[in-house]
Design a protein. Structure first.
Length: 665
């Protein structure tokens, strides 16, 4: 199996090389994206087969690598779970790109292969190689359209964050004392080295995952990239960063670490969840809205990992398994429905010509298949049963409710506060998804282009329906998914635990509540049928008819065949209550209402905005350091020959002294 996966990685490399001479050929996009689709399907099948029928025990040693040791590949329960997600997201996004313009043909297979290499790595060098290649390839894909100033700024900021992640992860693995994962598990770090690994790993992996306060790049980079790239970045790349965090802090550092290690993850996780959900309610661009929703969901996954660390430190194995299962299940659920939603956003932009919520509307009539896929994805993101988002969030909230079982009062209070904030984030996310669907698909068209929108091609529709169907299946059968993830859960919290599964239902520990998604789906279906029958029975024989989802307004006048956009709810208007309640405190939100004088027929205007000061705070010192370094570099140009030679000689002596000190140790 590992040999087949290595061949898949090699095939992706060949596709990247073949994209160079094929760049101008009309079949180049079909060859590259079709090959990536096939390889991604192979990744998914290999991961699924490994989790179902047995994983390879010995790593595969590659005949090349660094001087001190060769590279090695392995697949265990944790990496197989994330490889399955990567394969499924890769199939959908490659299929969506198959019928579009051939853009980024060289970087796309490198992006897929680098993520797979990071997941299959059995040593630190291979993991860092795949992780940094993933960063560079995704940066190249973000920088595809460099003509717009906003895209250039997004690519520049993304590159800075990628460099920060590398600068943290490189010394982090150096402090572990070895590169081979088995050797690290045998001698995990202790004392100050362990604390340094925690801090560096949290910053390095959290920066790539979009964790607050290192999240400012994510709402900029995702909209700048093509839709299939945004879908894979949000659905899979952020999960690879979460995988690195889980692998480093829970698996490699082992159970010897104290339970308080979970507190930083818990705090940053709930902060990300609340801030991301609030920003999703205030944004007026579809892709930026979805990117902010990714910040929220990444925060929920990190909350689950932090709880697993807390429960493991308190020797509560069943509760630790519950939290770890919630984190893994939500990572899979979010990867699927966010891939779907970014593809939906791309289809909307292609058909309606805009990403702004105030320029869309009424697309449920013109794009019914896209509307169905969007309803499934948005319902899962809102946590509606029986979809996948509800199952994972239910597990997470149940694990937070069990926080009273932690021994210390401080940890109990932290878990209770996290419960309240996570519940608020889930409610805010549901409001953001409702706002998205209502403004985009309901109401009347707000522009001629929106009124003339049509479905995309057959391949794109299939690419959207694939993750939509998987989202429904994962929501109906989360217990089967957690059974597959059982080995990964045991790697994170202990070899003797069992997944929180009772038959086809999810269980929150002994004597606690259970969630049976099939029974819930049946009850919801019966309730909807009963409601339909009652409404039909109680409706009068003669009923007034009007345009569907017209918001209660009459038919538009003849001179405004598309309706008056000002007569429908706006994105800023729907967000006004939350902006006034929470936005002023957390996001420095502002708004201004302009009323025309009496007798003036012009409508009133609402101007609103906000500033994410939390996301910009870490970047301000970096900008100052950059300016200072640039000023010093500018001064070097005026050095004489003697000064230049002295600088080179001093640098050489310093490097030799550093090498001698390392050799002495």
């Amino acid at each position: 199996m590992l040999t087949a996966l290595a061949l898949g990685l090699a095939l992706l490399g060949l596709l990247a090389l073949a994209a160079l001479p094929l760049a101008g050929h009309r079949l180049a996009g079909r060859i590259v994206h079709g090959g990536c689709c096939v390889v991604s399907a192979g990744f998914a099948l290999a991961a699924l087969g490994g989790m179902a029928f047995g994983l390879p025990e010995e790593p595969l040693r590659l005949p090349f690598g660094p001087a001190w040791a060769g590279m090695s590949l392995a697949m265990d329960g944790l990496s197989a779970w994330f490889l399955l997600l990567l394969g499924l997201a890769g199939v959908a996004t490659s299929l969506f790109a198959l019928g579009g313009a051939p853009r980024g043909l060289v970087a796309w297979p490198i992006f897929l292969g680098a993520m797979a290499l990071a997941l299959l790595a059995a040593d630190g060098f291979t993991l860092l190689l795949g992780f940094e290649a993933m960063s560079l390839a995704s940066w190249a894909l973000v920088a595809l359209d460099h003509r717009e100033a906003g895209n250039r700024a997004a690519a520049r900021l993304y590159l800075i964050v990628a460099a920060l992640a590398a600068a943290c992860l490189l010394p982090c693995f150096g402090l572990l004392g070895a590169m081979d994962f088995a050797a690290i598990r045998a001698a995990p770090p202790e004392g100050w080295r362990a604390v340094a690994v925690l801090a560096l790993g949290l910053v390095g992996a959290g920066a790539k995952a979009g964790l607050v306060p290192l999240h400012a790049w994510l709402p900029l980079a995702h909209p700048a990239a093509p839709s299939h790239v945004s879908a894979l970045m949000s659905g899979a790349m952020t999960k690879v960063a979460l995988y690195v965090m889980a692998r480093l802090l829970l698996d490699l550092c082992g159970p010897v670490q104290p339970g308080w290690w979970g507190l930083p993850l818990l705090v940053l996780g709930v902060a990300s969840a609340v801030l991301g959900a609030l920003r999703a309610n205030l944004e007026e661009d579809t892709k930026v809205l979805l990117a902010c929703s990714t910040i929220e969901n990444v925060g929920l996954v990190v909350v689950g990992l932090g709880l697993a660390l807390l429960f493991r430190g308190a020797d509560l194995g069943a509760m630790a398994a519950l939290a770890a299962g919630a984190a893994l299940l939500h990572a899979m659920a979010h990867g699927l429905f966010k891939t779907l939603l970014f593809l939906v956003a791309g289809a909307i932009q292609h058909a309606a010509g805009s990403r702004r919520l105030d320029r869309l509307g009424g697309l449920i009539h013109a794009m019914p298949r896209t509307a169905l896929a969007a309803a499934i994805g948005l319902g899962a993101a809102a946590g509606l049963p029986p979809l996948s988002g509800f199952a994972s969030e239910w597990l997470l909230l149940q694990s937070l409710l069990a926080g009273w079982r932690l021994g210390e009062i401080g940890l109990q209070m932290a878990a209770a506060a996290a419960l309240a904030l996570a519940a608020m984030a889930v409610a805010l996310a549901a409001a953001a998804m409702l706002r998205f669907f209502g403004l985009v698909f309901l109401g009347r068209p707000r522009s001629p282009r929106g009124a003339g929108a049509r479905e995309m091609g057959r391949l794109q529709v299939v690419a959207m329906l694939l993750p939509a169907g998987l989202t429904v299946l994962l929501g109906l059968f989360p217990a089967l998914a957690l059974e597959l993830a059982g080995e990964g859960i045991r790697q994170l919290v202990g070899p003797m635990v069992r997944p929180p599964v009772i038959g086809l239902a999810l269980g929150a520990g002994e004597g606690h509540s259970t969630y049976a998604p099939l029974a819930v789906a049946l009850l919801i279906g019966l309730a909807l049928m009963l409601l339909w029958a009652v409404v039909r029975w109680r409706s009068p024989a003669i009923a007034d008819r009007g345009p569907v989802w017209n918001g209660g307004f009459i038919d538009p006048p003849a001179e405004l065949i598309f309706g008056d956009p000002l007569s429908q709810p706006s994105a800023a208007g729907m967000a006004q209550p939350l902006r006034r309640m929470l936005g002023g405190t957390l996001l420095a939100a502002r708004e201004r209402v302009t009323l025309p004088p009496p007798g003036d027929p012009r409508p009133a205007r609402l101007e609103a905005g906000f500033e994410d000061r939390i996301g910009m705070a870490p970047l301000t010192p970096a900008a100052r350091i950059r300016d200072a370094v640039a000023a010093q570099v500018e001064r070097l140009r005026s050095l004489t020959i003697r000064g230049s030679l002295s600088l080179v000689f001093a640098t050489l002596v310093g490097l030799l002294a550093l090498v001698a000190w390392l050799e002495g140790r």
